[in-house]
Design a protein around this ligand. Structure first.
Ligand code: UT7
Length: 341
């Protein structure tokens, strides 16, 4: 198996033309959480770096497809692309509005993209990174020219906002962010190395049960846990620290690069301590690894593209740069997507 680009059509590159985001209006601060569970601002900030997150008004129709559509409209506008020019929409999500239709089909309908291909991909927090790799490969195959990649999740509806669910409640927020990609005559631009991994044996550490048979250990069953995120925080933390560092190392090795060659590490925001451990291990300066978890918490598949969009808005993304997208999450899954802009 090859992890570097070159297996597809050597003559096609892929350019990121634009990006956008959508954040729900409602803020959920640490003070709000203090009011409904036994926790404290001090504990949350010290252990995670988070001070607030956003919460979609799901019951009043602010669903994943709504956020995804708004994020894509913004990305199309910055890319100066008309919806009719898209020929594929890929949505990374683990929280579709309903099991069917897919979020991507709803987005295609809402923006008036016509009868184009629309696919949802579920790799939890790794979803956007996985999907960037899939999108690059589909464009380089010559089959698709203009592709939207969206990371969108409304996970807060699967959170128990009581002391019983506080382990996960402090972490997660809702958001969507999108990029628009297009085939380019320069084959040197686009994804240059990638890794995608999974470990189903670790799924017991992070899951959302719908039925008592979904509990890996039947003794753990409790009605209050149904439809809510179940997380073994310490196990996920250890997995994340080790796989995050390993995947950076492997991707750099595949590409024949060092950490110094990378302009931006665009990382899934799960816990500021996990990001800090990677920064220290590779000697990455703060300005090359943006941390925005304090404002949004862990937004699942929207997390990495939210960082990218923040960098773009700050004027820090430029042609010629190398950007490594990185994520890890439930599944368990982890992966990278290294891009030459
Ligand atoms: O996208 C991937 C998704 N998930 C992650 O990446 C999560 C990775 N894990 C983590 O970020 C951390 O494990 C957490 C932030 C979830 C928890 O931090 P921790 O340092 O691992 O805490 P802990 O679970 O070891 O708990 C330490 C103590 C316990 O009390 P005792 O037993 O020492 O008395 C917990 O009951 O902190 C208590 N605790 C809390 N206290 C206040 C657990 N959650 C809370 C809370 N507020 N929200």
């Amino acid at each position: 198996m090859t992890h570097t680009q070159g297996a597809g059509r050597a003559s096609i590159g892929v350019r990121i033309l634009g990006s956008g985001l959508c954040l729900p209006e409602k803020r959920l601060t640490n003070a709000d959480l203090e009011a409904c569970m036994d926790t404290s601002d001090e504990w949350i900030v010290k252990r995670t770096g988070i001070t607030e997150r956003r919460r979609a008004d799901w019951d009043n129709g602010e669903k994943t497809s709504v956020l995804a559509t708004k994020a894509l409209r913004e990305a199309l506008s910055t890319a100066k692309i008309d919806p009719s020019e898209l020929d594929l929409i890929l949505v990374a999500t683990m929280t579709p509005d309903t099991p069917t239709p897919s979020v991507s089909c709803i987005v295609a309908r809402e923006i008036g993209a016509g009868n184009i291909a629309a696919i949802d991909i579920n790799a939890a927090c790794s979803g956007f990174v996985y999907t960037m790799n899939v999108a690059d490969t589909m464009v380089r195959s010559g089959m698709y020219r203009t592709v939207a990649v969206i990371g969108a999740d409304c996970v807060t509806r699967h959170i128990d906002y009581s002391t019983y669910g506080r382990g996960a409640a402090i972490l997660f927020g809702d958001a969507a962010a999108a990029v628009v990609l297009r085939a380019d005559d320069n084959p040197g631009v686009g994804m240059i190395a990638q890794r995608m991994h999974s470990d189903g044996a670790g799924s017991k550490h992070l899951f959302i049960p719908e039925h008592c048979s979904d509990f890996p250990d039947p003794d753990d069953f409790d009605e209050r846990k149904l439809d809510k995120v179940q997380m073994n925080g310490q196990a996920v933390f250890k997995f994340a620290v080790s796989k995050f560092q390993q995947v950076i190392n492997d991707t750099l090795e595949d590409a024949g690069l060092t950490a110094d060659d990378i302009d931006h590490f665009v990382c899934h925001q799960a816990n500021s301590r996990i990001l800090e451990s990677a920064r220290e291990r590779f000697g990455i300066p703060e300005e090359k690894l943006l941390v925005n978890i304090h404002k949004f918490g862990n937004t699942v598949s929207a997390s990495a593209p939210l960082v990218f969009e923040e960098l773009r808005r700050a004027g820090k993304v430029e042609a010629g740069q190398k950007v490594m997208f990185l994520a890890f999450g439930a599944g368990l899954t982890w992966g990278s997507s290294l891009w030459q802009l």
